[in-house]
Ligand binder design. Structure first.
Ligand code: GTP
Length: 426
């Protein structure tokens, strides 16, 4: 893979140490990204020199053409430049082009702030990775520019609809980029999970009850981000350019499920039930248990948001696990985590549920499988894994975070035990 044009990086040698800020706007197709960009340009403080990078999936970049026409008359940016990245998505095929564009703009010394409008099919996380990946031919991207804020624009009406139904992306152009099996809703969820500011736009197209439901679901996914409800992406004062909100750790790991998983692991490790379980044999223990994960704010409590960890030491049937989540569960917004299955007992199963979209993947082997087959001695198992070690299953376990609004956790735990866990070993 090419990592930026080395001749551009050569310009750094003579350049100053000034690093322009970078704002990244993500959001699904038609959510209102270009509308927000127009608003940002209108409200740009006088004298702030802004450059824009617009990404489109097609060879003809409509948004770039539109913005170029708009810039001279409506932007208060003293100098503005538009770089169009056509035919590819900034989170995958156009990543090199994006890196080149940022380096060129940043090292020109002409701009204080660079705004990137991603294509509707882009995930924000790979764009942020670009700033931190090693560059064998020169400095890393974060040495020439500073990530300032990740903004995700959500179409409130589309979100409400997508969360109710299962939507699949069939369009050829999108299918190429996000993969035919990834649902619209999963992509929207990932865009929300990796954001510092979320604009819940098109608020005029939903009822106040629907707006509350969508807000609660979004809060269930990302409690850290600021949530702003807008019509026509109208910006409240003080938001732009605002303080730097991007944090390489907090933003990139801002998804509630990651936080819940970390918290829940601590709880599960100190739980007497798990200690009891470790003294007996896993086949005699309950199939699995749901632990509540403490909420992080009053906001969560107000909206009835809850996070739970389902943990257990009996293998599940992966086919039943998939069916269970595809059928849906009242109030469930997100489920993510690891599972141990009878179908693939030696490989770590990975589950991701967003709405009714359920994805199951297999990652590498469980450490226990490596020990059993003699590839790794037990002494080489790191402490972080030994914490979870219980004979005879080792580190094999169910560890799934479930996030939802007004979830009946007891019923959910029982249903998982009854419908998903394999009882063939008991
Ligand atoms: N009703 C309503 N329409 C809106 C709102 N915001 C934007 N729109 C309209 O929605 C359409 C799509 O807006 P864009 O800003 O082009 O959306 P986008 O996310 O840039 O779209 P892509 O570049 O295709 O991904 C336009 O016709 C906008 O005028 C809003 O708050 N309410």
């Amino acid at each position: 893979m090419r990592l930026f044009d080395p001749s551009l990086l050569g310009q750094l040698a003579s350049g100053s140490k000034f690093r322009p800020d970078v704002t990244v706007i993500s959001g699904f197709l038609g959510a209102g990204k270009t509308t927000l960009l127009q608003q940002l340009l209108k409200k740009t403080p006088h004298g702030l020199r802004v450059a824009i990078v617009v990404n489109d999936l097609n060879e003809i970049n409509i948004d770039a053409l539109f913005l170029e026409k708009m810039l001279p008359s409506e932007s208060s940016a003293s100098i503005a430049s538009t770089v169009a990245l056509g035919n590819g998505c900034v989170c995958c095929t156009a990543r090199d082009a994006l890196g080149d564009a940022i380096v060129e703009l940043a090292t020109s010394g002409k701009f204080d702030h660079i705004i990137i409008e991603s294509s509707g099919a882009a995930e924000p996380r790979p764009v942020t990775d670009l700033f931190y990946q090693t560059n064998i031919v020169g400095p890393r991207l974060d040495e020439v520019a500073t990530l300032h804020v990740l903004i995700t624009v959500v179409d409130a009406a589309a979100w409400f609809q997508a969360s109710l139904e299962e939507h699949r992306l069939n369009a050829d152009a999108l299918g190429k980029v996000v993969g035919a099996h990834q649902s619209l809703f999963t992509l929207m969820v990932e865009q929300v999970e990796c954001a510092d500011v979320i604009f819940l736009n098109k608020i005029d197209l939903v009822t106040s009850a629907e707006s509350e439901t969508v807000s609660a679901q979004i809060r269930g996914l990302n409690l850290r981000a600021e949530l702003i409800k807008t019509k026509n992406a109208c910006l409240p004062d003080g938001v732009w350019p605002g303080a730097c909100r991007f944090d390489p750790i907090q933003t990139r790991r801002g998804a509630n499920w990651m936080d819940a998983l970390n918290q829940a692991r601590k709880i599960a490790c100190s739980s007497p039930e798990l200690r009891i379980r470790s003294q007996t044999h896993c086949v005699r223990t309950p199939a699995g248990k749901l632990f509540p994960v403490p909420g992080r704010s009053d906001f969560a409590a107000r909206y009835g948001l809850g996070s739970f960890l389902y943990t257990g030491r009996k293998p599940c049937a992966a086919a039943r696990l998939r069916k269970f989540f595809e059928q849906g569960w009242p109030g469930l917004v997100r489920a993510k985590g690891f599972f141990w299955s009878v179908e693939e007992p030696n490989r770590i199963g990975f589950l991701s549920v967003a709405g009714r979209e359920t994805r199951i993947d297999y990652l590498g082997p469980w450490a226990a499988a490596l020990v059993e087959r003699g590839s790794v001695p037990f002494s080489a198992i790191p402490d972080s894994l030994r914490e979870f070690w219980q004979e005879p299953s080792g580190d094999r376990r169910q560890e799934i975070v479930l996030i939802g609004v007004n979830l009946d956790a007891d019923a959910l735990g029982r249903a998982l035990n009854e419908q998903v866990i394999s009882f063939t070993h008991s």
